[in-house]
Design a protein around this ligand. Structure first.
Ligand SMILES: NC(=O)c1ccc[n+]([C@@H]2O[C@H](COP(=O)([O-])OP(=O)(O)OC[C@H]3O[C@@H](n4cnc5c(N)ncnc54)[C@H](OP(=O)(O)O)[C@@H]3O)[C@@H](O)[C@H]2O)c1
Length: 265
């Protein structure tokens, strides 16, 4: 069975490749813009291309049975049509809510068998506080009370690999979250604990939040802060899907913070 990983040098795609190999996959093809820079394991067949460059896809899709579909909205209709034409039998897509739902919709409309991986906020988004934590023990945030169950990228990749390597997942919409609800203030304090520091969280105005985050995000900071505002009254229940599908529980935020403390030093 030939499995194609698109976006194979992206944050999640690269981990999907590793989990496929660890799970015993023997025929993995990886789609990347830059095969030399990608430094993929030797047993992986490399295809040059990108989901946004549709002319590269017929060759990449040739002979593929199942594929991990990285999230790219711009070309999604052409991508799924080409996958269908090439005889791809199952698509495992990373989609999500709101902005990302057209991906799941296009995959379903294609007529190819599908499994959706729907993720909320990524654990790794905690990097928004990196500069502040490096510089001070006082961390400014406009919505420290906002809670969610952030999803670890490695958990997403683990589920994707499991779904690609086993049967019984067609037609499933897997809602992936972390194992527990944590507020933004909790996340900051857990990073502090991983660093052996006592971080103090200060709630600031929307405008101050935009100013603080502009440093790392430029003009996206306003969009980001207003997106947070829209989520303040909504704390989604954690799911057990990562554990149910893979047999291994989802990674708690505190564990990620300890493993990645160097990002904040
Ligand atoms: N809830 C959520 O937060 C949520 C939900 C669903 C999806 N997402 C999105 O999921 C993505 C996950 O990140 P990811 O790193 O795994 O995947 P990605 O951002 O889709 O990137 C995968 C690969 O696609 C190529 N690529 C991406 N943008 C490109 C561009 N403009 N031009 C040329 N090539 C481009 C790059 O390939 P090469 O390395 O080969 O150059 C990149 O490594 C994020 O974009 C995130 O916004 C988020």
């Amino acid at each position: 069975m030939k499995i194609l990983v698109t976006g194979a040098t992206g944050n999640i795609g690269r981990k999907v490749v590793d989990h496929l190999l660890a799970g015993g996959a023997e025929d993995v093809r990886a789609l990347t813009n830059n095969p030399a820079r990608a430094a993929l394991p030797a047993e992986v067949e490399v295809a040059e291309g990108y989901l946004g460059r549709v002319s590269s896809l017929p060759a990449a899709f040739d002979g593929v049975d199942r594929m991990y579909l990285a999230p790219l909205l711009d070309t999604i209709d052409e991508v799924v049509a080409l996958a269908k034409a090439a005889g791809v039998r199952q698509i495992v897509d990373l989609s999500g809510e709101a902005h990302w739902t057209p991906i799941a919709q296009a995959v379903e409309n294609s007529g190819v068998e599908w499994t959706h991986l729907s993720a909320g906020e990524f654990t790794e988004n905690a990097s928004v506080w990196t500069d502040q934590i490096k510089e001070s023990d006082e961390i400014r945030d406009p919505y420290p009370e906002l809670a969610n169950a952030p999803t670890n990228m490695d958990d997403i990749a683990r589920v994707a690999a499991k779904v690609l390597l086993s049967d019984g997942h067609v037609g499933k919409n897997y809602e992936l979250t972390g194992p527990e609800l944590v507020t933004r203030a909790d996340k900051i304090r857990l990073i502090g604990a991983a660093l052996g520091r006592d971080l103090n969280v200060v709630k600031v105005s929307r405008e101050e939040g935009i100013r603080v985050f502009s440093r790392g995000m430029d003009e996206s900071a306003e969009w980001y802060v207003d997106a947070l505002a829209g989520m303040v009254d909504y704390a989604p229940e954690p799911t057990t899907t990562v554990a149910d599908v893979t047999g291994v529980p989802a990674i708690p935020f505190a564990q990620w913070a300890i493993a990645n403390a160097d990002l904040f030093r």
